[in-house]
Design a protein around this ligand. Structure first.
Ligand SMILES: [Zn+2]
Length: 282
């Protein structure tokens, strides 16, 4: 009896020691994992902090070689950093962190990408309309067809949800792609509201919305209503980066004239292509 008791005691001691070793090993594991995530960085060349985690975002602070920052957040190869007087995003490859520069496909960043273009409305659903007779479904199709040709010139594969004046259900306006762009135009009872708006639904779509918005703002002549989050079905049902562009207000005479203008359409579609190129380059 006594021997058995001793053995049981011995066994529990051994188990206790093993348990302590296991806990220590787990703690070491967590510790070393935390160590691999850097907490600070130093510039190895002059560059600039930006308002967002890619090079399409505007620069806010010039930074010099040797300047050090605390890392607050990370987004892939970009770091949100701060020191006593500056705060912003910097690409890891300008710093002492071992981060390789993203391969920049500067020639044709859209080559091999699939883009879905969704011209809003169509067929019996004419969308918004104006007193002068401008119909949203026509503006969205004309703009989308021009955008399609420009994206094809850049080497992208373009899928259209419609290419003619036909009715397509909202539930069918989706597919597998690298980006989904739905084109619309607004209208209200009053003629005062005007300007272009970029909508997204999920947080994962915000980067595409921001990048397109910056590019369009640079070239477009319409006033800017910014980037907004909205629960529209066509962007909600798409898992990929998706945005809905309201090109302007048909109910506003200035917007209406611009949207009906071929040259303006050229400017808008070129700026959307610019935005997509930025999005897929950085
Ligand atoms: Zn619409």
């Amino acid at each position: 009896m006594r021997r058995i008791k001793l053995t049981t005691k011995g066994l529990s001691t051994v188990l206790g020691v093993l348990l302590i070793i296991l806990v220590v090993l787990i703690c070491l594991g967590i510790y070393s994992k935390q160590q691999t995530e850097p907490t600070a960085l130093t510039m190895v060349e002059d560059n600039a902090l930006r308002t967002g985690p890619n090079a399409a975002y505007p620069e806010i602070f010039k930074v010099e070689k040797g300047e050090s920052f605390k890392i607050l957040k990370r987004e892939k190869k970009w770091f949100f950093v701060s020191n006593d007087d500056k705060k912003g995003w910097i690409a890891g490859w300008h710093t002492d962190l071992d981060i390789k520069r993203d391969f920049v496909q500067s020639e044709q960043p859209l080559k091999g990408k699939t883009i879905i273009i969704d011209p809003g409305h169509g067929g019996e659903d004419q969308g918004a309309s104006s007193k002068k007779g401008t119909k949203e479904k026509e503006i969205t199709l004309r703009t989308s067809l021009m955008l399609r040709d420009k994206l094809k010139d850049e080497g992208a594969t373009v899928v259209m949800t419609r290419t003619t004046d036909e009715y397509v259900k909202l539930g069918d306006r989706k597919g597998k792609a690298d980006a989904f762009i739905s084109i619309h135009a607004d209208a209200l009872d009053g003629s005062a509201p005007h300007g272009l708006t970029v909508y997204y639904h999920k947080e994962s779509q915000k980067m595409l919305a921001d990048t397109l918005h910056l590019a369009i703002k640079k070239k477009a002549m319409l006033s800017d209503r910014g980037v907004r989050q909205e629960n529209y079905q066509v962007i909600r049902q798409t898992k990929q980066p998706a945005v809905l562009l309201e090109l302007g207000y048909i109910s506003n005479p200035t917007d209406e004239n611009l949207m009906n203008d071929e040259i303006y359409r050229q400017i808008t579609t070129t700026s959307i292509v610019d935005g997509l190129k930025n999005y897929f380059t950085y």
